[in-house]
Design a protein. Sequence first.
Length: 432
Amino acid sequence: MDIRQPEDLRQLRPRLQAMVLIVLLAFIVLLGRLCQLQILEGEHYTRRAERNFIDAIEVEAPRGRIYDAMRRPLASNRPAYTLWVTPRPRMLVETDDPGKKAQTGARTPLSDAQIAQIAELIVAPMHRAGSQAYGVRLDGLAVIDCDTDDAALVGQMEARFGQSPVHVKTPRGRHLYYRAGGAVPNLRGEGLPVDIKTGPRSYVVGPLSLRPDGGFYHPIKGLLGQDALPVISTALQTNPAPMLTGHRHVELVKEAMRMVELVDSPDELQANLAGIRDDWCADPATMPDSELQGIAAWAWKCRLENRIYRGRDSAFPVLRLALDALRGQANGADAIALLVTLQDQHGHAHGKRFPLDFAAMRAAGLLNLSTPRLRAARRTLEGAGLLRLASNHRAGSKCQTYALTRPSLAATQADNVAPITSPRQGKTGGRV
C-alpha cells in the first residue's frame, strides 16, 4: 500500500495554510470590533439603543364628571399648570460623543442663564396661566395628612408622634410637618382618617398654594423652611400603658407642661389633652372637660409667668431689690455673681441649708473668683440680708451651713422699727 501523498495534495497545502491564516485574522478583527462595541463604547451605544424603543408619548387622561341625583355637576375638569419643586442646585451632564467615555454622575452648578431659562420655560407659563399651586417633594421630610381639621385628632397625632412646629390648614384637613425618621405606621389600617406621607416619590401641595378649584393651603403655625422640624417620633407607634384612675390628673398635668410651649392658645392645649384623655386614660367618660380646662389654664399661666421647669433650659427668679442692694457695694459684682450662683443651685427650695465650700465651687467651675474675693462676697451678702448663717461649725461632725433669705427693705426703713443690739455680741442682728 502506497502511503505517500499524491502530487496534487502537496501542491494544495500552501493554499490551505494561507486560507486558515486569513480566516484566523478575520476572526481576530471581528473579536476586536466586538470588544470595542461591547466594552469600550458599550455605555454610549446602550443609550442610543434605548432611544430606539423608548419614547415619551403624551396621553391625555380626561377625568369623568361626577353628577348628583339631579344631574348637577359635583366635579368637573379644568386645565391648569402645576409646578413641583425639587430644590437641587445641580444637574447631570452627559455626552453623546462616542470618543469620550460618559462621566456618569458628573455634576455642575446651574448658571444664571440656565436659571433664567428654567424660569422662562416653567415659571412664566404658570404665571401667565394664573396657576398658584406648587408641590413639596418629601425627600427627608414626613407629613401627617389629616383628612379633617379636628383639634382632637391633631392633638392625638402630636401626642403620638411629637409636636410639630409647622401646621398648614388644607381645604379639607391639616398638614403637620416633620423630618423623616424611619418606617411609619399605616394609620388607615388603624381606622384613623390620617395618612403619613414621606419619601422622595411623595409630594404634598405647599403652603400658600391656591388650587384651581379655590382650595387654599393656609399656614396657621410656623414657617416651612425657617422653623426647625423635629424628627417624627416613630418610636411612639403603639399606645402606651393606659393612665389608671387615680393617676390620670397627674399624668395629664405632665403632658400639659410638655406641650404648653408648642401650642398657640389654652383652647388648643385643652384639645390636645382631650385627645390624650380619650385614647390613653382609663374610663375617660368620668373625666369631664372642665377638669381638662383647669389643667390647660394652669399650664398656660405657668407659661406666661415663666414657671416652666425644663432642667438647665429654664429660668429662675432674682429679686431686683437684691440687685439694687448690691450694686452700690465695692465688691457688688462679686456679690451678685455669688448670689446668682447660689440661687441657681439652692434657690428652688425655700429655707434650704447648704455649706459654702469655695474650693469645691471653683473646682466644679461654678465660679472662678479667688477664695478671698468669695469670702468678701459672702460677707457682703450677709450684710445686705440676703444670706444668713444657719448652723455653726462643729469639729469632726459638720461644717457651717447657710441659707438664702429674702430682703425686707421696707420693714427696716420704717420709722417705728429699730435694730436690736445683742448683749453678748455687741452688735445688731440679735434674735427677738
